[in-house]
Design a protein around this ligand. Structure first.
Ligand code: WTA
Length: 631
């Protein structure tokens, strides 16, 4: 068998055993599938205490050679990228591997002409347009570290991320389209850059032709810059452990963390997991609906598919515009074979009714996928029946920004399916469930903390600029294990992910730390204190419930709500707006001043029968007033 391609369940089992028994040999074989400028000397060095993890030591490579150059000879004319614009009346764009290669090299030369070089950080704040993919690859081509920031984040959030890693450039566009909306985006960048002294270059892609402010010497138009520039750009020789990208994600405490991924291991795992989970075959049309601003877009719109010479579809718009049939129209228009989306999208489309799906054939679908949050049984069944026509495996893929690639999932049609269970780990992945004492749970059906006990190539290496935080968050809860932050249980070797066990909430597949939202709310001058918890939400998975204590005095509720919402939108973005705001005379605190979130969670869930032990509360009467005030 070709170790890179798993084609039967038996091969999966064999690969799993091989990887477990001899991980270095297993990953050597997988890595040999790629082209390296210089072969590695040591496959793996690891220590979860440091943590210090290195894969394919001394190897030299460039991921763009593997995504692009490697395919040119045989498949240069194959379609690499299909871009479907927001407005279905606007023509789509198809780029062959030749064209994409040339566009990436030009963009890379533009970056070089601005003095950007290996190791420099470049922020990318762009809508879902081809130049986003090209920009990401252009950075990788010259060894600049990309830090993509989702274009729904506020200018403040962008400032924080740019400054945390002292980016020297920002790639953006004038405006953007999203459904019926036409939004400014360069303006947000301009605002953000007022406090970012490190940024010397802004490359602006023309998308909607709006009038924008221009900072001479700093801003350049993408279309002008790429015009008279060579499309020859040698790929920078990168060490396996050189940084490929930083991607910010939320944790329980503090500001978002810059998760660091490195070149060699990330490449090896992104390509391998894509190929096998989606059972991608040459000629298939693959579509992942995520935004490149999240890790799913990095690994499974850009890198994973291109590493496999796949055709990857990129969609600028939203599932409900111009109608709620948009996803299915696109599937039929391009004869999509693999479709990968999030439970929140499935639930919202399901809620709008079957009529939006009926009439579409979806006949080319071979594998449909889900990612980002637990998928409930009802949504799973609808997805299976209405989209998969009861004839298409669902891959429920569990992974994280930190893991770089899919960790637990079925492999296309090879694996057994169990609704709401993500399935079994991929070869090389050794998950365990730990109880609160750190002991491995060996019995079925018992919930525990999901950890991983052996390194895998695409695991995070550090938190940018704060290695201690990496150690504290992921490697200190349980000695010798990577701690995921998720709770899970296992049945017959298959894992069901229950959800986060820390103070991270998952709203429509977007991760937020409750502390991060509280800090934003507290910046409103009306607020003295706040506590945010998640609660079950029929469409979003979890909604954001904010309990607020106000400054003394009379307050108009509408003014209060507006002030809180604008504080959150200003510091994080629209995506973090609380769904429910409850003004509370006091928050439930222990005598030592700690807020008892457990109680707030129960109130937010509407589950107030059994509050558990409240004897440590300073003022137990707070509970009754909170229950009375419940929204
Ligand atoms: C959750 C997204 C259940 C989980 C790739 C994890 C899931 C967090 C699944 C990471 C799934 C992701 N089933 N839960 N299939 N996939 N999650 O970093 O809580 O944005 O820890 O990465 O999403 O979110 P992130």
């Amino acid at each position: 068998m070709n170790p890179f391609e798993i084609t039967t369940y038996k091969e999966y089992q064999d690969s799993y055993e091989n990887a477990k028994n001899n991980p270095e040999r297993f990953w050597d074989d997988i890595a040999s599938h790629y082209s390296w400028q210089k072969k590695w000397s040591k496959t793996l060095n690891w220590d979860f205490k440091g943590p210090k993890i290195s894969w394919f030591e001394d190897g030299k490579l460039n991921i763009t050679e593997n995504c692009l150059d490697r395919h040119l000879k045989k498949n240069g004319e194959s379609t690499a990228l299909i871009w479907e614009p927001n407005n279905p009346k606007e023509p789509e764009l198809r780029m062959s591997y030749y064209e994409l290669h040339s566009a990436v090299c030009r963009f890379a030369n533009v970056l070089k002409s601005r003095g950007i070089k290996k190791g420099d950080r470049v922020a990318i704040y762009m809508p879902m347009i081809p130049e986003l993919t090209i920009g990401v690859l252009a950075c990788a081509r010259i060894g600049a570290i990309h830090s993509v920031v989702f274009a729904g984040f506020s200018s403040q959030a962008l400032t924080d991320r740019i400054n945390d890693s002292t980016c020297c450039a920002v790639l953006t566009s004038d405006g953007m389209y999203r459904g019926a909306k036409n939004l400014a985006i360069k303006t947000t960048v301009d605002e953000a850059l007022k406090s970012c002294p490190s940024v010397k270059t802004v490359v602006v892609v023309k998308r909607d032709n709006r009038n924008i402010q221009w900072t001479h010497g700093r801003d350049i138009w993408h279309h002008e810059a790429v015009e008279n520039i060579s499309d020859f750009c040698p790929a920078e020789a990168m060490d396996s452990e050189d940084v490929l990208f930083i991607l910010y994600t939320s944790g329980s405490t503090g500001k978002p963390k810059g998760v660091v991924h490195t070149c060699g291991g990330y490449m090896v795992y992104a390509g391998y997991s894509f190929k096998n989970v989606f059972q991608y075959k040459a000629g298939d049309i693959y579509w992942c609906t995520a935004d490149v601003g999240w890790v799913t877009g990095h690994s499974y719109i850009i890198y994973g598919p291109l590493l496999n010479c796949a055709t990857t579809l990129m969609f600028e718009g939203i599932p409900t515009w111009p109608t709620a049939s948009r996803f299915w129209e696109i599937c039929d228009k391009y004869s999509v074979n693999q479709f990968y989306t999030a439970p929140t999208a499935i639930r919202s489309l399901m809620a709008l009714g079957n009529k939006w799906v009926e009439g579409f054939s979806l006949k080319n679908l071979k594998v449909i996928g889900s990612v980002g949050e637990p998928i409930n049984k009802e949504a799973w069944d609808w997805y299976d029946k209405m989209i998969g026509k009861s004839n298409c495996p669902i891959v429920d893929t569990w992974w994280q920004t930190e893991t770089g690639g899919i960790m637990i999932s079925g492999l296309g049609n090879l694996s057994e399916q169990k609704p709401t269970f993500a399935g079994k780990p991929l070869p090389g992945i050794e998950p365990v469930l730990l109880d609160i004492n750190g002991r491995e749970i060996l019995d079925d059906g018992i919930e525990g903390h999901l950890c991983v006990k052996f390194p895998w190539p695409s695991m995070l290496r550090t938190i940018y600029g704060n290695h201690q935080r990496c150690k504290d968050v992921y490697f200190s809860n349980y000695d010798g294990y990577y701690f995921t932050g998720d709770g899970a249980k296992r049945e017959e070797g298959m894992y069901r992910i229950i959800g986060r066990v820390d103070d991270v909430i998952n709203v429509s597949g977007h991760r937020f730390g409750t502390a991060e939202i509280e800090n934003a709310i507290n910046s409103s001058t009306l607020v003295t204190e706040s506590a945010v918890v998640g609660y079950p939400h029929a469409i979003k998975g979890q909604g954001i419930y904010a309990f607020i204590s106000l400054e003394a005095g009379d307050h108009n509720e509408i003014d209060v709500n507006n002030s809180i919402i604008s504080a959150v939108v200003g510091s994080i973005g629209h995506i973090a707006k609380p769904d429910i705001i409850q003004i509370a005379p006091g928050l439930p605190k222990t005598r030592s001043g700690k807020i008892m979130r457990r109680i707030l969670r129960k109130i937010a869930e509407g589950n107030t029968k059994d509050m558990g032990d409240t004897s440590t509360l300073l003022d137990p009467s707070v509970i009754d007033s909170l229950i009375k005030g419940k929204k």
